[in-house]
Write a protein that binds this ligand. Structure first.
Ligand code: SF4
Length: 241
């Protein structure tokens, strides 16, 4: 009988192991309450990580509670979130979301009731909010104290999945997540999926950047499994190092 394991697609495991050797294990995460993670992830869309953190901390410093953010004037919230991209939409969507959560959670403003609920139900509900897509819903499920299985696909992760030909260019993030989770070993739990995302994101920030990445391909730890890098090396007559 044929050994089926011979035909297993182990590229995601090889990718993970190579990045682990290159960058070392990501720091242990201290998961946040789901509402704080939700707010942060809403703010972080198309915004640099440092800026998103600054805006989150500024909101917390200035208002003190999420109830005060919810009840403040739009202009006041807008002023604080302005360093983030698309601040008008984010201030509006954030306040709308905080009001709706309060209404649907019997007057309480938190997302603690999501603990223990199935991933698919949580994500469907979160994605019904304006300004919330699969990246934010996955972050709430995976990074917060909910700590369930989900794989966050941000722009770095999407770009690298495309360059490695795990998915074709332009594949929606939700489909990319489904494909990568199919490729991932069944025993990769929430922490492993979190680590995997952070390693890939780091590689996207440091080496496989959006622009001007070609000069890094020759020394990239993923070159042996990367069709894009192989093409660049051969078309430019570059040498591997
Ligand atoms: S070989 Fe080049 S394109 Fe491929 S992952 Fe590395 S840096 Fe990105």
């Amino acid at each position: 009988m044929a050994n089926l394991s011979l035909f297993t697609d182990d590229r995601i495991v090889r990718l993970h192991d190579a990045l682990l050797v290159e960058y070392g294990p990501p720091p242990v995460r201290e998961p946040w309450p789901p509402l704080r993670q939700f707010v942060y992830s809403m703010l972080s869309s198309r915004t640099k990580t440092e800026v998103s953190h600054e805006v989150l901390y500024a909101l917390e410093r200035y208002f003190g509670t999420w109830e005060k953010v919810r009840d403040a004037s739009y202009e006041e919230v807008l002023r604080i979130v302005t360093p983030a991209t698309f601040p008008e939409a984010k201030a509006r969507d954030l306040q709308k979301a905080l009001r709706r959560i309060t209404r649907q959670n019997h007057g309480q403003l938190n997302l603690d009731f999501l603990h223990g609920q199935p991933e698919s139900r949580i994500r469907k509900w979160l994605e019904s909010f304006d300004g919330v897509g699969p990246k934010t819903s996955a972050a709430v499920v995976n990074f917060s104290t909910i700590r369930n299985s989900a794989l966050v696909i941000d722009s770095h992760h999407q770009r690298i999945a495309e360059r490695l030909h795990f998915v074709t260019e332009g594949t929606p993030a939700k489909v990319t997540e489904e494909k990568l989770r199919e490729m991932a070993p069944a025993d990769w739990g929430p922490e492993m999926l979190d680590d995997h995302h952070r390693l890939v994101k780091l590689h996207g920030q440091q080496r496989c950047t959006k622009l001007d990445f070609e000069r890094n391909c020759g020394k990239c730890p993923l070159l042996d499994m990367c069709p894009t890098g192989e093409n660049i090396i051969s078309s430019r007559g570059m040498r591997r190092s």
